[in-house]
Ligand binder design. Structure first.
Ligand SMILES: [Zn+2]
Length: 752
């Protein structure tokens, strides 16, 4: 069977609150992009995750709200599942549209009875293999009036920090000074939920997993994976292994969890520690998926083994784990130790080994993310400093979020989300660069006569005239593929967008709008229109390669150019198959995205604009034509339809002057901007940032005498002060031209 088996494992979110943008950027978008990409390569992808519904985070939320834990997890499992689907993550349908042997996805929950019984079976077999050791621990116990009571998990105990004496320190750690300690060291301990209750320390029996037995195997395993792991994954794993592994407690005195499966009074009222249980979800979820799809897969309920086990020839499926940086050691140390323990139990071995034929496979890559911050601070569920996904998606196109979070993905370091950056990226990158290119091609093509509904570009297609462009697109395709394989999502998306920029420049140079009329027949027309026809090829290319990132607009584009079916069914490599017959939908071209208005958004968020728009505000005022015209799509909310009259004094207030362009450089920090130096007649000259990259090469601008607005309030654009605005004409179809005068007039002259 062709197609590699790829298991995409996604960190399990706690079902005690809605997901926020930080979760999405760190844990949920990267695996979705990867799963979509791997599918389009023809691979067999099974994606697994679900709600983590046990443990104290859930019970604390329930006790605070005064409802049952079940009510909490039911509510947030439903909300989060829907949010991920609304965001376009491929959790539905559960079976890959190409067929069940291609896999699918399951967003399960740890309260699933099948998960619970499988975890219990696993715990029993690890126990019989001697992988647990029993120890007595000292723990706080809340004594009730009637003589009953309960053991208190660390989150349920508060007191004064033994180190800094801060109040409200938790049972195991002080949030004020960061010190960790044994619960018994806490000063003046109280039950958090029941501060008047008497509490005392009592002995309690717990099971510890023998991590120490796996030390050398884990070192060997980490060494094998070293070349593909990211720096943060290497560093955290090494830190844990260097400290030396010790047995780790895997049970708790808590009712809300998977009960320990032993007929032994000592273990009554105890459950499997939530991290030890939820992490097994990666395995149980795959097993439950194949249980549910049942006989439809040729391998029936054992089909999960295709994604989990080393085969008889020693070939392994590929395992990718997606999580935030706080979770790295659980996935590179504890989980592999648990998997090797299960392999040991399954094979009846006396000691663990690295996986062999028939065994469960260990993780290959763990492209863990750093954090996405919110306006400079850390997202926090508990402190409610967050933007929640469901409310975001009520107001915005999911692709805008997917785009901005990907281009800002916290891959190598923490990154920041703020509204002005969101608006700027949507308006200038998604709309002005990408959307504009697509719209140019479609509207120009629509002006050519179409016969019987076939593409009007077909008569002009001549690839021999476009060799340089095919070569460029093939290069870009290979670069995007390479970046995605290495989990460099930002880089991949940036390269994808550069294909649209390239297309804009290509069309600008070919100027097809000058050759649309049939009475201009000739070689020059053929060449120009063959470039326009190649523009259609780039649009199709973009539809396929943007699909993993912004799937909704990719599909809109796919239909707009008359391609049938779903873009998700197109093979990744068909983006550069120049022999695909050219299609045409005949529909009026529609803008792909709606323009956003920062002031409106901030007002909706209850934020005063001036507080939050720093000097890095939107740069749309750099070129008049590209910022406010209808072609970019969406209504311009702050201008009325039709003509707006201007008072004469208002007109006089605009100081338009002539200047000579001295130099043009790339903006150091904004892909779409030039930094233009203008001789304005003054000694120092002036600097203007301009979004003209799609229309002019620097060498074509240098020396031009241009008109500019001289008294526009200076504004910093991504760190460069822009002192004015050059005037340009825009024909609404992609032609943008600077207003120039000849050299008889000297720099600094006023325009009246
Ligand atoms: Zn402290």
């Amino acid at each position: 069977m062709a197609g590699e088996h790829v298991l995409v494992c996604v960190a399990w979110p706690y079902a005690n609150g809605p997901l926020h943008l930080g979760h999405v950027a760190g844990c949920y978008l990267p695996p979705d992009i990867t799963a979509r990409f791997e599918r389009s390569l023809g691979n067999r992808v099974l994606m697994v995750s679900g709600s983590d519904e046990h443990g104290t985070p859930i019970t604390v939320t329930a006790e605070i709200e005064g409802v049952s834990p079940q009510e909490i997890v039911d509510r947030f499992h439903a909300i989060n599942t829907q949010a991920l689907i609304d965001l376009g993550c491929i959790w539905e349908p559960n079976i890959d549209p190409r067929g069940v042997e291609y896999g699918g996805a399951l967003f399960n929950r740890t309260s699933d009875p099948s998960h619970i019984s499988r975890v219990q079976e696993n715990v029993k077999s690890l126990y019989s293999s001697g992988l647990f050791e029993q120890r007595t621990m000292e723990q706080y116990y809340e004594v009730r009036e009637n003589g009953n009571g309960r053991f208190l998990p660390d989150r349920y105990v508060e007191g004064n920090c033994p180190s800094c004496n801060a109040e409200g320190a938790r049972g195991d750690q002080c949030d004020s000074c960061g010190t960790t300690y044994e619960a018994a060291e806490l000063v003046n301990p109280k039950s958090k939920m029941n501060p008047d209750a008497k509490i005392e320390i009592r002995p309690t029996e717990h099971l510890f997993y023998r991590l120490d037995l796996f030390q050398s195997l884990l070192e060997k395993h980490a060494e094998d994976r070293w070349p593909v792991w990211k720096n943060n994954v290497r560093a955290m794993t090494k830190q844990w292994l260097d400290m030396g592994l010790r047995p780790r407690a895997v049970t708790r005195d808590l009712e809300w969890g998977v009960p320990l499966p032993f007929d032994n009074e000592e273990f009554d009222g105890k459950c499997v520690y939530v991290w030890f249980e939820a992490v097994q979800g990666y395995l149980t979820c795959a097993q439950i998926w194949s249980e549910r799809i049942g006989s439809s897969h040729p391998d029936g309920i054992n089909s999960w083994k295709n994604w989990w086990c080393v085969d008889e020839e020693g070939q392994s499926p590929r395992h990718l784990y997606f999580l935030g940086k706080d979770n790295i050691p659980f996935h590179t140390v504890i989980w592999p130790a648990l998997i090797m323990g299960l392999n040991m139990a399954m094979n009846g071995l006396d000691s663990p080994r690295l996986p062999q034929a028939g065994d469960l496979h260990l993780e290959d890559n763990v492209p863990a993310m750093e954090y996405l911050m919110l306006a400079g601070g850390q997202f926090s569920k508990s402190r409610k400093h967050a933007i929640w996904v469901p409310s975001f998606l009520e107001r915005f196109d999911p692709d805008t979020l997917r785009y901005v979070l990907t281009i800002n993905m916290p891959e190598g370091h923490d990154t920041d989300f703020n509204w002005s950056d969101f608006v700027e990226k949507v308006n200038t990158e998604l709309i002005a660069a990408y959307g504009n290119f697509v719209h140019r091609i479609m509207t120009l093509a629509a002006r050519l006569p179409s016969e019987n509904g076939s593409s009007p570009l077909i008569p002009f297609e001549d690839l021999s005239l476009n060799v340089q462009h095919t070569k460029k697109l093939e290069e870009l395709h290979s670069a995007i593929t390479d970046s995605l394989k290495r989990h460099r999502y930002k880089e991949a998306l940036r390269t994808t967008m550069s294909a649209a920029q390239y297309g804009n420049q290509m069309i600008q140079a070919a100027a097809p709008w000058a050759h649309l009329s049939p009475d201009k027949e000739g070689e020059e027309r053929n060449s120009s229109l063959s470039t326009l026809a190649f523009g259609w090829r780039i649009v199709r290319f973009l539809s396929i390669v943007t699909q993993p990132f912004i799937p909704f607009s990719a599909q809109r584009l796919w239909s707009m150019i008359g391609q049938s079916g779903e873009v998700t069914e197109a093979h990744w490599d068909s983006a550069i198959d120049w022999t695909i017959p050219m299609t045409w939908s005949g529909e009026d071209p529609q803008p792909l995205f709606q323009r956003l208005d920062l002031d409106e958004i901030l007002a909706g968020e209850g934020i005063v604009a001036d507080e939050h728009v720093d000097q890095d505000g939107p740069s749309t005022h750099s070129v008049k034509g590209s910022s406010r015209s209808k072609k970019d799509g969406g209504p311009v909310t702050d201008e009325p339809e039709g003509v707006t009259f201007l008072e004469f004094d208002q007109f006089l207030a605009v100081d338009i002057r002539i200047g000579k362009i001295i130099s043009v450089d790339d903006h150091p920090d904004a892909d779409r901007l030039y930094v233009v130096n203008i001789d304005d007649g003054s000694e120092s000259g002036r600097t203007v940032c301009a979004g003209l990259k799609d229309y002019y090469k620097p060498s074509d601008m240098t020396g031009l005498n241009v008109a500019f607005v001289a008294n526009l309030k200076p504004r910093k654009l991504r760190g460069v002060m822009s002192e004015g605005m050059m005037l340009a004409a825009d024909d609404g179809e992609g032609g943008v031209c600077l207003l120039t005068v000849d050299s008889r007039i000297k720099p600094g002259s006023e325009v009246r």
